[in-house]
Design a protein around this ligand. Structure first.
Ligand code: PMP
Length: 369
């Protein structure tokens, strides 16, 4: 879709990258690190400047105490943390429960590990977790659950009650939980991000994964990390060591500065700016005749376009790019078990300047005529 966006000179609401920069102080911290000779390989698990900042951030946000040396692994984006976790923890034929629609790297990484995904379909517009439907996916081969909350692309934030269901089943069947929390700071209304790792039954079986890309608006830096009990970190590290070995050293200084910045007012700015963007998109899409869900987190919104077209999501996304010059994602690509669920939905990213979003909305007004 990004290629089509470029070819058609479309506003790109397809790929989830901000069209604004991260905070200037991050860049200064990186330049300073480069100028002071921090340019050779970082330690495999991450530079202490960053692992200590991550431990402090986790203490403040989730009340969890992490040992920076034992419980943290810095990686090349959350994607490499996920790959390291799955490659390090899964054996061929192990089964993994994945919620669909999903972030598109989960399934190929399962394939690389020789593991078999089983899908729980979250259904538009409520995306509820049904305990019976979820537990029916578990059998003797099930080894892991991958949870993503706040969730891409639905914007769902799993509630404490839902996390407790997952806790109960993980404990009962001795499952590992990989908790993808990359949108942990992008929250709306009264939504709170509770990391499943704070629940008693999940604390010693959860690998939580974060990314600087989303929180600090620097997706191009590809700095992420995994947090969890020492044996799970050691397993992920065993894969990370031979995938990439370490993560860009000077960037780790910038991310450490960014995590401190969250406590200096940046978190509140981030939330209020994203709330304005979400509200702008929700109102405009509803006015244009789309049925939309109300994202509680992340920077995506799903829209049911059936009042505009009888065609499928791919045809409609192409039409929007070619005729209205707005690029979106057809969501059937995010489903395996139930692609028909995605055939009526498009995903729009609102991690853009308000002016960009308003321009896109102006272009979409043509849909009415
Ligand atoms: N998880 C989810 C749910 C995502 O949406 C993304 C990015 N689109 C990632 C992980 C990957 O993050 P990173 O860019 O840090 O690899």
């Amino acid at each position: 879709m990004t290629q089509l966006a470029n070819e058609t000179d479309s506003i790109n609401l397809a790929q989830g990258f901000p069209d604004f920069d991260g905070p200037e102080v991050l860049m200064e911290a990186v330049h300073e690190a480069m100028r002071s000779g921090e340019n050779q390989y970082a330690p495999c698990r991450g530079h202490a400047v960053l692992t200590e900042a991550i431990a402090e951030n986790r203490r403040l946000t989730q009340g969890v105490v992490l040992d920076p040396k034992e419980n943290i692994l810095v990686t090349n984006g959350a994607t490499e943390a996920l790959a390291s976790a799955l490659l390090g923890l899964l054996n061929p034929h192990d089964e993994v429960i994945v919620f669909e629609p999903f972030y598109d790297s989960y399934v190929p990484i399962c394939a690389l590990a020789g593991a078999v995904p089983r899908y729980y379909t979250l259904r538009f517009p409520d995306f509820e977790l049904d305990e019976d439907r979820f537990s029916s996916l578990i059998n003797g081969r099930t080894r892991m659950v991958i949870l993503n909350s706040p969730h891409n692309p639905t914007g769902k934030v799993f509630s404490l009650e839902e996390l407790k269901v997952i806790e109960r089943l993980c404990v009962q069947h001795d499952l590992i939980l990989v908790s993808d929390e990359v949108y942990e700071e992008i929250l709306f209304d009264q939504a709170r991000h509770i990391s499943p790792s704070v629940l008693e039954g999940l604390a010693d079986r959860t690998l939580a994964i974060s990314s600087a890309g989303k929180t600090l608006s620097v997706t191009g830096w590809k700095v992420g990390w995994a947090m969890g009990p020492a044996p799970l970190i050691a397993a992920a590290e065993a894969a990370h060591q031979f995938l990439t070995f370490s993560t860009a050293r000077p960037l780790q200084f910038g991310v450490a500065r960014g995590l401190a910045l969250l406590e200096e007012g940046y978190r509140e700015i981030l939330r209020s700016e994203y709330t304005a963007r979400r509200d702008c998109m929700m109102e405009a899409l509803a006015e244009l005749g789309f049925k939309v869900s109300r994202p509680q987190g992340s920077y995506f919104i799903l829209a049911d376009f059936k009042d505009h077209s009888e065609g499928d999501d791919r045809a409609f996304a192409k039409h929007l790019a070619k005729s209205h010059r707005v690029a979106v994602i057809p969501t059937s690509a995010f489903y395996q078990a139930c692609p028909e669920e995605g055939r009526r939905l498009i995903r729009l990213s609102f991690c853009k300047e308000l002016s960009t979003l308003r321009d896109a909305i102006e272009r979409l007004r043509g849909l009415r005529s």
